[in-house]
Design a protein. Sequence first.
Length: 253
Amino acid sequence: MFCKIDFLPLLGIESDEAEAQIWAFLCSLERNGQILKEYNLIKGEHYTAYVTLPHPDSFDRRHDGVYVRRERERLCEHFDCILLPLGENLSSQPYCECETHTAIEMQTYDRDIDSVFTCCDCGKPIALYRLPIPAEKQEDFSIVQYWQENYAAMDLLWMNCLCDRYTGNQRVKHDSALNKQGRAIAKSMSEKLGCPVYYHLECDYGKSVQAEQVGDLQIHICPGCQTTMKRIRFSADYERDICEACGLSYDAH
Ligand SMILES: [Zn+2]
Ligand SMILES: [Zn+2]
């Protein structure tokens, strides 16, 4: 849901301080997954932010994380925050409404603004604030967003035809620095949720990724443990090869 938030001033406050407070509030919302990345703050008669919410009620206080609560309290001393829905943001996907998840997949790509966690039951992204934080002693999802930014940067360099060995290997190899960072997050999320969280690997169509003929199907060999993966159909157009032991998945083809 694409929305605007008007910040209507209640009391006199220096412009620089007002701006800093609003930016801090928006940043805390993003780090908790209550707004998606790529938002704008506009200064007109008053300050207005243009944001995308994963769910229509994502801006409600009941979803606030520790940092959002703190920043909202500070901000509300000086501003009334008025949310107005403007329409559907077509750069974002509809979000998962499932109460529980049988399994989750972790994946992203260069221009992805959505959550990196996909519900395998409905095939839609899961708003971050609905999930546990996959790191100890942290109160927001910045660790997930740093990985997403790293992945997007690597993917963009590769897609824009730099095509060098480094960016290729970072995306494809199960034990590259980029994929190790992501797999640690997926493992922690899986432990906290008590359901499998598969880390999705890119396939480089034959260079290093192995497959085996099983009947009519070409099934991937897991690069972590060298066993034949399991073909799973999560829903009509959502099929993957997975290794439960290593927590990895590939597109099925
Ligand atoms: Zn779902
Ligand atoms: Zn494996």
